[in-house]
Design a protein around this ligand. Sequence first.
Ligand code: ADP
Ligand code: MG
Length: 373
Amino acid sequence: MERITNKKPLISIRNLVKRFDDGHTAVDGISLDIYPKEFFALLGSSGSGKSTLLRLLAGFEQPTDGKILIDGVDMTKVPAYDRPINMMFQSYALFPHMSIEQNIMFGLKQDKLPKEEIIKRTQSALKIIKMEHLAKRKPHQLSGGQRQRAALARCLAKRPKLILLDEPLSALDKNLRDQMQFELVDIQEQTGSTFIMVTHDQEEAMTMATRIGIMSEGWLEQISTPQEVYEFPQSRFVANFIGKSAIFEGAIDTIDDGFSIIESNETKCAFKLDRKIEGVEGQQIWVGLRPEKIMISKTPPEGYDPKRPINTAIGKVQDIAYMGGLSTYHVKTASGKLIKATDFNVERNADHPTWDDVVYLTWEQENIMVLYS
Ligand code: ADP
Ligand code: MG
């Protein structure tokens, strides 16, 4: 992926707050830069403030505090219709009495573009969504996915710098949604527009976006690439929201140049990392491990020191869920903490642990997730 650090942001959101009249704070001090040609996903559960943030960007809501800049221009006094933005609502129906072509042309006519330009842009938008042959159909003569694509074409034809999509695929059934995910990404790449998409579906955000902002209670918990969100969550919330994790409470014991040590009573072992982590010695912290990154064995790992166990926890197998290609072991440590480890059943006759076996759970230092809240 392109490095975006030396580009100028298309959108700068600064300390944005939206408090509704009833006192509810839907957006609670968000700062965020979005760069040209990004496909940015706002991911969060229902009620986390995603739509409100999108509506603030579009100009349908006024912020209580903070500001939004687009291309360096303060949008505070710019009304929705003058912003270089087009928003596609999930419920934003096409005009039922107009053909798809007429639907696309409508906004361009309103903008008083020359006739040739209107025709050119409409043709091009129809081509991008691969619906030239359906141009004369009315919305009710199309499938759900085709209607969705038509609504997108209407958006694209206006050539906005920024397209906002609020749960654009949520009305579609699973197969269609999977297909549309790829098409949307394709269309975004073809047109070079910047997309901001709201979704509550992690998989959708992970597969489509170049970056994800994870929202919780009006606040962005983390802004990262999909890979970073999964590999390096920064909080317990994100570690649990994206995928599954075992989380242990601990404290920073040592921070040194080439390594760091976190102690946890829950595992009765030290977590040692081959790098300097952020924080101070003595600080409360949490560590997370993905189940597939925890190895399980009946024998101790090489170099295991029972007096000072490092990156190895001992426990007893409580339960095994066998699922063909892999088994999930539920292992209880001496502290009573339950840890799930996934074992891939690669070797058919391997000496796999069974119920009540004492096992060693180990992990590579680079797979330790350091969580600060
Ligand atoms: P999301 O899109 O993430 O599901 P919303 O942005 O729609 O969340 O809403 C965030 C919170 O703000 C919710 O608790 C919602 O009830 C509240 N909210 C949204 N719009 C209004 C409004 N016009 N007046 C009062 N509260 C609102
Ligand atoms: Mg919403």
